[in-house]
Design a protein around this ligand. Structure first.
Ligand code: NCD
Ligand code: ZN
Ligand code: ZN
Length: 444
């Protein structure tokens, strides 16, 4: 099991592109080079690109408790189809994952239903901020701090709790991811807009303007400069936030999401509440700043923020509709398309979507890398092919709420390989769920 020879492809890693075969034994890469021979299943990659499997550092499987939106099986099948071989799942569930007991229970419970490998976040709260070592030992990959209101209603941790978490991060290496938006400002802007009678989808973006993100980004940057640790700002969406992060000179990492790179407020007319998301989509100027942030290196990772909801939750009143966009199956196709169109370099794709997320999560080079000793997680892509996204291609529980339907991406994922086993082949998810729980190297 897990023996495979991927032959004749062009290997794309953050370090460059080379013609090479990849040989794996027992799910681990043992050799990279030309003309390799071995007794193993052969995957013909002639004319294809071979990339490390994507590590999606930010998904919401909705387990436990919100499985009418999505579940671990549907989410990880979609991941496999999208070339994502490791997902890191967020804790804003019902109940939230905020204790070692709940984390352990979730890790065991989802196990038999995972089609790709998975890591689990724990929520930072005022009640657990003094017991973070217990969460680490239970297997948490990182902490998530919800500084502002979003799906799940987890309360904001105090500045002191954040500081304790950053100190813990500095000593343990465990990352702290932040949802950076100010609840106080959002409440003020929202009540003004509601009083003015606004009910159009664009009112959502106006209720969470750039300043509501930037004040929190500035606060997190200062706390991280003070305490150290690995702070990582999720779903950065505004040009001003990027300026603050750039000025911090590497004190914090930054994640961008495809939906902020793909959509703007101009798309509300066409897509309505399907693109209601936190932080919201913004104007073209902000979108362009995000692309520049990727090229300049201020944005260090891409994450999908795969945040599925049921169709009835994504329609109706702008103020009560749910925020979030599904995207685990489209993140790698989106990034590959950008590279094949020349918006970014091809090497940027594994750097932003495999290597850097694995480094942030502390699982590199086991994950996110294609080198001897790494897990044989890889994707084979036909760069001459393309994919026009159709509802029936998406493996989500509610594919119809994807705003990417109808979009055409250059490049086509042909195979996804997880630890040497083909888990997706030519449109079909293969075999039984064999995903494993991935924890930081020194635990479990
Ligand atoms: C996410 C969700 O639905 O879980 N929603 C969103 O709009 N991004 C929560 C989050 O990441 O803030
Ligand atoms: Zn968030
Ligand atoms: Zn999220």
């Amino acid at each position: 099991m897990g023996d495979i020879l991927v032959r004749g492809g062009r290997l794309v890693t953050g370090q460059g592109i080379l013609e090479a075969d990849v040989l794996a034994r027992d799910g681990v890469v043992v050799a990279i080079g030309r003309g390799l021979r071995a007794e193993a299943a052969v995957l013909d990659a002639e004319g294809m690109l071979v990339l490390p499997g994507a590590v999606d550092e930010h998904v919401h499987s909705r387990e436990p408790g919100m499985t009418h939106k999505e579940d671990f099986s549907t989410m990880t099948r979609a991941a496999a189809a999208g070339g994502v071989t490791t997902v890191a799942d967020m804790p804003n569930t019902s109940p939230p994952i905020d204790s070692p007991e709940r984390l352990l229970e979730k890790g065991r419970d989802v196990g038999g239903r995972a089609y790709v490998d998975y890591a689990l976040f724990a929520a930072l709260t005022d009640s657990n901020a003094r017991r973070l070592e217990d969460l680490r030992r239970a297997g948490a990959i990182g902490l998530k701090a919800y500084m502002g209101p979003t799906t799940g209603g987890l309360g904001r941790p105090s500045d002191w709790s954040v500081l304790l978490a950053l100190r813990f991060s500095a000593s343990s290496g465990m990352p702290v991811f932040f949802h950076a938006e100010s609840g106080e400002l959002i409440e003020g802007f929202s009540s003004e807009l509601r009083k003015a009678g606004r009910s159009d989808p664009a009112a959502h973006s106006e209720s969470r303007p750039p300043i509501s993100e930037e004040v929190e980004v500035a606060r997190i940057v200062r706390l991280a400069e003070h305490a150290g640790g690995r702070a990582h700002i999720a779903h950065v969406s505004s040009a001003g936030s990027l300026e603050i992060i750039r000025a911090s000179g590497g004190a914090v990492g930054a994640e961008a999401c495809p939906h902020h790179l793909a959509f703007t407020v101009e798309d509300y007319d066409r897509l309505g509440l399907l693109i209601k998301v936190n932080p919201p989509v913004r104007t073209r100027e902000h979108r362009e700043a995000l692309w520049r942030g990727i090229r300049s290196g201020v944005i260090t990772t891409l994450g999908s923020d795969h945040a599925p909801h049921a169709p009835e939750e994504k329609s109706g009143d702008v103020w009560s509709a749910s925020s979030g966009i599904p995207g685990v199956q489209t993140i790698l196709p989106f990034a590959l398309d950008a590279a094949l169109r020349g918006l970014i370099d091809l090497e940027d794709v594994p750097r932003l979507l495999s290597e850097n997320p694995a480094k942030v999560l502390g699982i590199y080079p086991r994950k996110g890398s294609l080198a001897p000793g790494s897990n044989a997680d890889l994707v084979v892509v036909d760069p001459r092919g393309s994919w026009r996204v159709r509802e029936e291609d998406l493996f989500y529980k509610h594919p119809e709420v994807s705003p990417y339907i109808g979009m055409e991406f250059r490049g086509r994922i042909v195979y996804t390989v997880l630890r040497g086993e083909v888990v997706f082949r030519e449109g079909e998810v293969q075999g039984r769920p064999s995903g494993r729980w991935v924890t930081r190297g020194d635990v479990r």
